[in-house]
Write a protein that binds this ligand. Structure first.
Ligand code: COA
Length: 402
């Protein structure tokens, strides 16, 4: 079975932009293929993570992005799973390479989320809630996650100040990430004094609305070595769908995420203690706490300590560093691109291209991308440094400056 690797990555700027989705994609693609052969020589299939056609009134995103990449007459499709669309696209690409169907697949994601302002995004995102039970009540994504946060604060010793510290950590990390939507570090008072969005969540507990695109080439270790690019191997993939409606679920035990992680760990032959860095879907600060517990980094009820240094956390925590990119909270969350942006952070960390935010010696990364509220669908990837073809290890780095 071929060993799938990520061999090159690229992203557009993230945030409010003047570019339509296809141009955001072109920027991401140009960065990914700089100095490499044309995509038409490397890409046998295209998957595009894309949350909603309402932003640009555009479907056929698979065909469109293949056309825009100059890759004709190959299978190309849009992948939908709300905010997990990007990781679902990556998962399809990994499977195609693993099963030998293609030896090069483009996994990409794009969202022109600011097209309709916050109102348009709020409406588009609400389509991920159960129409019969939830949508008719007018709940929004922040208000759904506020239910989870309220319950978490009720059941654990965590406080709003603890959640604020997660935002502080992620904004601090984003300040060292040239790809990030927000580039300024903040303090806890900024979070706690920011306007309430849905109690207990405040502005700085929430991921922002933003545009963005990301592109990742999944190929074999041999092809990556031939190209002379640094590569990271994709060693484990897990995915799990839970119920759509939050009413049907345990709000503080994210069992779909736990199931997806279990599959990915088993495939990779790794345990939570082996993971050095992780990007977990921190759409709202409480998510980082809940997901740290779900994937086995933290004991139940202690995930809110994710902002502390490993030495300062309670017993039972692993040494993992979370959201080195700044996470969804501060790197940004252009929905369909987010799962690929997580992969880009892992690629840069594991190939020595993470600049000032590099974690020395990082070998294994876990990516967790979710769609719908909490774990309506979860995808977990585990990536490892030093993808080794028979002929040797691809080396080198590619730094981003923006
Ligand atoms: N964190 C920090 N600052 C934010 C922010 C966020 N999440 N969202 C907006 N801002 C800042 C903007 O940069 C802007 O600053 P400026 O005035 O210095 O330019 C200011 O706040 C106002 O921005 P605006 O876009 O008008 O905010 P808003 O009140 O319309 O929207 C939220 C704020 C939190 C409601 C919106 O970002 C949101 O809905 N986020 C959640 C998105 C979501 O649900 N994603 C899917 C999760 S699965």
């Amino acid at each position: 079975m071929p060993q799938p690797v990520i061999a090159t990555v690229g992203a557009s700027p993230i945030g409010r932009t003047d570019l339509p989705g296809r141009d955001l994609f072109s920027v991401a693609l140009a960065e990914a293929f700089e100095g490499l052969p044309d995509p038409v020589d490397l890409v046998g299939a295209v998957y595009v993570g894309n949350q909603s056609e309402t932003y640009e009134h555009q479907i056929m995103q698979g065909t469109l992005m293949a056309e825009w990449a100059g890759v004709g007459m190959v299978p190309a499709e849009r992948v939908e799973g709300c905010a997990a669309a990007g990781a679902l696209a990556l998962r399809h690409a990994v499977k195609d390479v693993r099963n030998g169907e293609h030896d090069g697949v483009l996994a990409c994601g794009v969202e022109k989320m600011t097209a309709g302002g916050t109102g348009g995004a709020t409406d588009a995102l609400s389509a991920a809630f159960d129409r019969a039970i939830e949508q008719r009540s007018g709940v929004t994504a922040p208000s759904q996650y506020a239910l989870l946060a309220s319950r978490y604060l009720h059941e654990t010793e965590a406080t709003e100040a603890d959640l604020a510290e997660i935002a502080v950590k992620n904004h601090t990390n984003a300040a060292a990430n040239p790809r990030a939507q927000f580039s300024e570090a903040i303090d806890a008072e900024t979070v706690l004094d920011s306007p309430t969005v849905a109690p207990p969540l405040k502005l700085y507990d929430c991921a922002p609305v933003g545009d963005g695109a990301a592109a990742v080439l999944v190929t074999t270790a041999e092809i990556a070595a031939d190209l002379g690019v640094p590569a990271v191997s994709v060693d484990g993939v897990g995915a799990a769908a839970n119920n759509v409606a939050v009413a049907e679920r345990d709000m503080t035990h994210i069992e779909g995420a736990a199931a997806a992680a279990e599959t990915a760990y088993a495939e990779a032959g790794l345990a939570p203690e082996d993971i050095d860095i992780a990007e977990v879907h921190d759409a709202f600060t409480v998510c980082e706490a809940l997901l740290s517990e779900a994937v086995g980094f933290a004991p139940e009820g202690l995930g809110y300590q994710s902002h502390l240094s490993p030495e300062a956390r309670d017993d039972g925590w692993t040494d993992v560093e979370l959201s080195t990119s700044g996470g969804l909270k501060a790197r940004g969350h252009p929905i369909g691109a987010t799962g690929l942006l997580q992969a880009i952070e892992a690629y840069e960390q594991l190939t020595g291209a993470a600049g000032g935010r590099a974690l020395d010696g990082a070998e294994h990364a876990l990516l967790l991308n979710e769609g719908g509220v909490a774990d309506a669908v979860t995808v977990v990837h585990i990536l490892s440094a030093g993808a080794e073809p028979d002929s040797g290890v691809a080396t080198g780095t590619k730094e981003v400056t923006r």
